[in-house]
Design a protein around this ligand. Sequence first.
Ligand code: TMP
Length: 203
Amino acid sequence: MNPLFITLEGIEGSGKSTNIKVINNYLNDKNINYINTREPGGSEVGDQLRNILLNTEKKLSNQTELLLMLADRVNHIETLIQPNLEKGITVISDRFMDSSYAYQGGGREMGLDTITKIIDGLNIIQPNLTLLFDLPVEMALERARKRSKLDRFESEDYDFHQRIRETYLFLAEEDSERIKIIDASKDIEEVESQVRKILEQKL
Ligand code: TMP
């Protein structure tokens, strides 16, 4: 079987990270080799960019924020994603390109066309499968705010997160072959079963 590039997307507190374990267990059962990674921060350089990007004390313009996310992504593709796929290893990334569309394009209101123009020529590869963990913003923020100190994005207001959710749903409508919506408002077992069902269909 060809290796897959699988990405997880969703607003803060949507339960993406918890469900990486579900995907890992599924792939282990099928004896499929994989690695887990994330954005921003999937590489050594990426970790440094992540510190800058999530730090609430550093002021960044929307454009700078977008370009740093893209710098992280290009480096991540070159140093980790592509080399692993070439070795036949499936790659699971907690966030990827759809996050830039949703957060910078939607949340920061830069617009989706602007992002498409900027990435033209960057060789951003397309995931084979994207799981979008969707739930109402109120519910997600309540979960996220129970966690530790809030980062630059988590501390934004309700409308920012609502725009992100809406952009994600728009992207899923536009590319329903690749982006599969998971109802993340359900309890853990129900969400897990939705994830497993989608993997079964894809594999
Ligand atoms: P997380 O790894 O805890 O989800 O945090 C990463 C944060 O960075 C999250 O709030 C979403 C944000 N982000 C963007 O705004 N644009 C991007 O392209 C990516 C990858 C992440």
